[in-house]
Design a protein around this ligand. Sequence first.
Ligand code: CAA
Length: 380
Amino acid sequence: MNFEFTEEQLMIQQTAREFAETEIAPSQIERDKEAKFPTEIVKKLGELGFMGMMVSPQYDGAGMDTISYVLAMIELSKVDASLGVIMSVNNSLVCYGLEMWGSEFIKEKYLKPLARGEKLGAFALSEPEAGSDATHQQTFAVKDGDHWVINGMKNWITNGTSADYFLVVTQTDKEKAHHGITTFLVEKGTPGFGHGVKEDKLGIRSSDTCSLTFENCRVSEDNVIWEVGKGFNVAMETLNGGRIGIASQAVGIAEGALEVSTKYAKTRKAFGTEIAHHQAIQFKLADMSTKVEAAKLLTLQAAALKDAGKKYVKESAMAKLYASKIAVECALEAIQIHGGYGYVREYLVERYLRDAKITEIYEGTSEIQRIVIARELLKD
Ligand code: CAA
């Protein structure tokens, strides 16, 4: 596999890097502290084409490839992983699903403003009783004339209070188990649709996570994604791509932790010299760097397969499994290298650890990724 980036891919990486340094970095500490959603920054990301990166220009997207998306996600997440997940959900879980399986009506009405970054999307699969066990959907929709009436609850929804459009997975025929699941596009403000309070999270604090409630919420049959009974397929296929986004976010966190640690090691002195001269520190940096490169290569491999129109279920799960694991490890090592400075909020280093942990949980826990990988292995 050739990972010589094209000029366009390098330009996107550079644009993301500069944007992260000038637009994201200055307010990151305050947003993390106050759990403040970065509304203005998300708007600017939309203007750059980063909210609908892989959507075709026909639907107002930027028409870029998945490799470019990975490079941009890494650069942004390196500085602020909260922005990484906001962007990843809109691109991978919402725009991708709508472009692949939405009707022309859905694409015109909903995909276009999402791809332009004028509207924000959220993906609602998880429920209080259906997290990893996603086929066990309790939220249900019943047909009533040319509408569906949704009742139930979703939780852990990224972009939950800020999003305009929601992909909502529901049970429509219990008898048919996961073949009786249907996905709808639900607009914010639809009567009967509400959200709970923002969760007070350990990390990715400036992203917004909450529960959603549906009480006799009426949605037009035109808002069914793909077909009635195909909702679980939409969710699973969408998550395969989503895992590339989260793997990229995790690589960004790990690389950020490595960069600050390398810089610190070159300036901090102990025992009469910069700590970078001590093997104890060198070995840590060497291991971190090796892990970052390996995770990046796995992520790029999954992206390249997706761009080539090949199967990438196993590879995206491997990328997420490994990248999330090493993000936590690199964040821990960064704290160790910084000593006491790594443990206090003022120096930002501890945030890498708080942000890294979620990458082992959402869009399929590490245990789920192992199930996906093993099942694919045993199929071959
Ligand atoms: N890709 C495509 N299809 C898949 C798939 C995949 N990765 N995994 C399963 N499927 C399909 C199967 O082929 C099967 O379809 P058919 O019957 O038509 O062949 C169907 O899904 C059911 O699969 P299983 O029989 O294997 O079902 P299971 O219950 O044994 O396991 C599971 C399913 C893989 C564990 C699935 O429930 C799963 O992926 N769970 C994790 C859910 C998850 O990732 N949630 C994240 C929430 S979203 C989020 O975090 C968003 C956010 O806001 C950040």
